[in-house]
Design a protein around this ligand. Structure first.
Ligand code: SAH
Length: 234
């Protein structure tokens, strides 16, 4: 495949999610901005800049803008999430086709849940080329254990079956997490392509806190393997 992207931004929310990048990226520079550390280097010969955003939408938004200002021409997010689609099991992968903030709620003013007032778009589409790259990588590494879908983000760790049902049925979410839609919105504001790749660490239900602790490490490794495979074909 021809090279489309010359400098790739990669974000993980937690240390586990970027641990392997620390191991495999040939580092050339490190800088700190707004309290977040960014590492520049190469991975499989491609220029990358990666960082740990921290948890939540504000952290994700700030570091996405810093990465874009540092010259990346696309942004990949690697991490874990809670499953919403009942077909998903822990360890399965979701590739974002779009991201929406499920906690954006101005319904008393007549807006649909998730809709940002005075804005044309609230559901931010992922880049089709990046989605396809991720899909190919998943077919190779995790056949039959992945799906594409809408990712719902909010500043909440979801751990309730009722909320899961609501998010899946009302907002058509495939999985839920705490950063994707913030990153997606910042990418859209800057016209930069993005994709979010999430391994399911839990089912966002009453056992989510236990499953999350148990499966985050292995789920983070799975997401990283996809990014690593994608980078070799970008
Ligand atoms: N590391 C901290 C807090 C993690 S918060 C701890 O262990 O206590 C959960 C992180 O995993 C967020 O970055 C979020 O994007 C993702 N996540 C996984 N499962 C989730 C769920 N059920 N609901 C919301 N976010 C989830």
């Amino acid at each position: 495949m021809t090279k489309i992207y010359s400098r790739v931004g990669i974000i993980g929310a937690m240390a586990e999610e970027i641990e392997l990048l620390h191991e495999y990226v040939e580092k050339s520079n490190v800088f700190v901005k707004a309290g977040i550390t960014y590492v520049e280097g190469t991975l499989h010969g491609r220029e990358v800049v990666f960082c740990r955003s921290g948890v939540g939408k504000v952290n994700a938004a700030v570091c996405t803008q810093v990465l874009i200002d540092a010259g990346v021409d696309c942004v990949l997010f690697t991490g874990v999430a809670g499953a919403l689609d009942p077909k998903l099991n822990i360890g399965d992968i979701v590739i974002s086709t779009s991201c929406l903030q499920h906690d954006m709620d101005c319904s008393p003013l007549g807006y649909a849940r998730g809709q940002i007032p005075f804005q044309e778009t609230s559901e931010f589409l992922a880049d089709p080329k990046l989605v396809e790259l991720a899909f190919k990588a998943c077919n190779l590494l995790f056949p039959d254990r992945h799906m594409k879908g809408k990712i719902l983000s909010g500043d909440q760790f979801v751990a309730s079956r009722d909320v899961v049902r609501q998010l899946h049925e009302e907002l058509n979410g495939t999985c839920t997490e705490m950063e994707g839609a913030a990153l997606a919105q910042v990418c859209a504001m800057n016209d930069i392509p993005y994709v979010v790749i999430r391994s399911m660490s839990d089912k966002a239900d009453g056992s989510a806190h236990v499953n999350f602790a148990e499966f985050t490490a292995v789920a983070s490794v799975n997401s990283h393997r996809i990014i690593d495979e994608m980078i070799q074909h970008m």
